[in-house]
Write a protein that binds this ligand. Sequence first.
Ligand SMILES: *Cc1c(COP(=O)(O)O)cnc(C)c1O
Length: 234
Amino acid sequence: MKSIAENIQTVVNDIKGFEQLYARPQDSVTLIAASKTQTAERIIEAYKAGIRNFGENYLQEAINKRSALPQEDIIWHFIGPIQSRKARDIALHFDWVHSVDRLVVAEKLSRNRPVGKPPLKVFIQVNISNDPNKSGVSVKQTAELAQQIMSLPGLQLRGLMTLPRAEQELSKQRTVFRELRRLLKDLQTDLPQMDSLSMGMSQDLEAAVAEGATFVRVGTAIFGAREPNSSKTN
Ligand SMILES: *Cc1c(COP(=O)(O)O)cnc(C)c1O
């Protein structure tokens, strides 16, 4: 089995290769290590290998781990589904939130973002493949939610995120990501501050970089396969 550091080297090199292949500017893709279910020790290993952006899905797990991590230059991304009663603590403990999919959640994040902190940077999660099992706002509702979020203090709307249905073929993976890119482009006419696309995981990294991802969220390719029953509720 390869070490976390070796895996990171591979993923970083893959991203660089895809940036070149698809004529993306160098370093235009930020790698987020999706560290759900990983221990603080394993997060430190990834940190030592150069990772500064970490994505967490479960609030309590993230808070517990962070108390064991003194590193101050880690940027924390919340990437899991948001229960509205958890929104307050998410606003306190994270720098970015990728999974805003309804106004009540955005309002709670806004109300609870401490005044002394920089605005919370948020993505709207879009259910681009209309998968009934996936969260996210529909393509049709995205513009309205974006306009509503724009008026909320303490939040900075930065872009769109998606978690598509798994596809094996590169061309099919690209089709879904292209849709998200086009949706963002439409929104940018009115909302030019929306400049980011959070899409791509271990299995569809190439497709995501090809279609303009600025953040990729990679778990398995860095940390190895997660325990099948290790996913827990918030
Ligand atoms: C776990 C997770 C990832 C990483 O998935 P891998 O297939 O392990 O790379 C990315 N995004 C979200 C929202 C996740 O929950």
